[in-house]
Design a protein around this ligand. Structure first.
Ligand code: F6R
Length: 365
């Protein structure tokens, strides 16, 4: 079943062009420049009345939700809050009948996420789930939702489920945007961008040798910083989590510009910084932050856009992704970071598919 791969994690990383295709299947409506879901069980009139969205999730699913927050703000101009399910379930989080609650879970069995779902439903709020495992407890108990169709994820470190979640959330942002202020041409641009992702992801995967070179540099480190801003802040968090989980190398994710408020004190020639820095609206500012790390002789790895010579001049290693619209960049930028964690863990001799102390689904609080 593993085929040419030594580990499920790498196999699942390489499946991601298909993962994104499968998450989109049957959901794109180019004639109306929107996306559509069969299982939301809410009429458009109800969805249009929504004034706020709350996402509750844990771990990698929480990171995907954070990408969702940025996307829904951009495309639908709706306020979104992303909560740790373990916090949400015991707080008295203010909800009202114009708030829509979603829980996100790959497995559909995470105890804290199930607790959040049950608490929201007990209070009488219809609660939707974004879930991978069909027929799981969360999928069964939710009032409706969206399946990821990512197929079984075996590697303990979640990879393709994250991409499927971000894909579905991009479609949800498009759907909500088109019920509101997003014009037909702007919606169509988003739709076309999503359609291009599988092909672009294949090109990202072809660049794995660049990642291996960077991993060789990072494998000896004791700690690493992951930095990204805007849509790439959650990607930086996810890159840090992947590295921690499977290589046991300490890593922290931060919004890039927060670096100067403390974490910059960690920078030295032994502490690599991984910047998620594709070309986009804030790119010049990110380059400035990279200069600051370079001035302190910190090793620099950067996920960047093909042909970005300025970035190539500043970074020790560039993990290249193709030029693409900003809304789909998180889907492309996360992949080199998944591969980076994989190769660092491999070089450090770690048990990649069964990392210590972790289980595939966390069914205890
Ligand atoms: C990270 C990872 C965990 C899960 C978290 C939630 O690689 O696998 O952080 O993302 O335990 O799991 P689900 O999505 O199944 O609720």
């Amino acid at each position: 079943e593993l085929g040419r791969f030594a580990h499920y994690m790498r196999k699942e990383i390489h499946e991601q062009p298909d993962t994104v295709r499968d998450a989109c299947r049957g959901r794109l409506r180019p004639a109306e420049a929107t996306a559509q879901f069969g299982g939301l069980n809410l009429p458009p009139s109800r969805l249009r009345r929504i004034r706020r969205i709350v996402f509750a999730a844990c771990g990698t699913s929480w990171h995907a939700a954070l990408v969702g927050e940025y996307l829904i703000e951009r495309l639908a101009n709706l306020p979104v809050e992303v909560e740790y399910a373990s916090e949400f379930r015991y707080r008295n989080a203010p909800l009202d009948d114009r708030t829509l609650v979603f829980v996100l879970s790959q497995s559909g069995e995470t105890a804290d996420t199930l607790g959040a779902l049950r608490e929201a439903r007990r209070r009488g709020f219809p609660t939707l789930a974004i879930c991978n495992v069909v027929g799981s407890t969360i999928a069964r108990e939710a009032d409706g939702g969206i399946y990821l169709h990512a197929g079984p994820e075996v590697g303990v470190a979640s990879t393709k489920a994250f991409s499927a979640q971000v894909t579905v959330l991009t479609l949800l942002a498009l759907h909500l945007g088109r019920l509101r202020q997003l014009s037909f041409p702007a919606g169509l641009d988003v739709l076309r961008a999503i359609e291009s992702v599988p092909e672009l992801l294949s090109r990202v995967l072809d660049r794995e040798p660049e990642v291996i070179a960077a991993a060789e540099r990072m494998a000896e480190a004791r700690s690493a910083l992951f930095l990204g801003r805007d849509l790439h802040y959650p990607v930086a968090l996810e890159g840090a989590l992947k590295l921690k989980e499977i290589s046991y190398l300490h890593a922290e994710g931060y919004p890039t510009a927060e670096m100067k408020h403390g974490p910059i004190a960690l920078i030295d020639p032994e502490t690599p910084s991984v910047f998620v820095a594709p070309r986009g609206s804030l790119h010049a500012k990110t380059l400035g932050n990279i200069e600051e790390v370079r001035a302190r002789r910190g090793p620099i790895v950067a996920v960047g856009t093909e042909g970005d010579d300025e970035l190539a001049r500043l970074a020790d290693h560039v993990l290249t992704i193709p030029d693409a619209p900003e809304v789909i960049q998180p889907l492309l930028a996360v992949v080199p970071l998944q591969l980076l964690a994989y190769h660092v863990a491999r070089l450090r001799g770690c048990d990649i598919d069964k990392p210590r102390n972790l289980a595939k689904s966390v069914t205890v609080e």
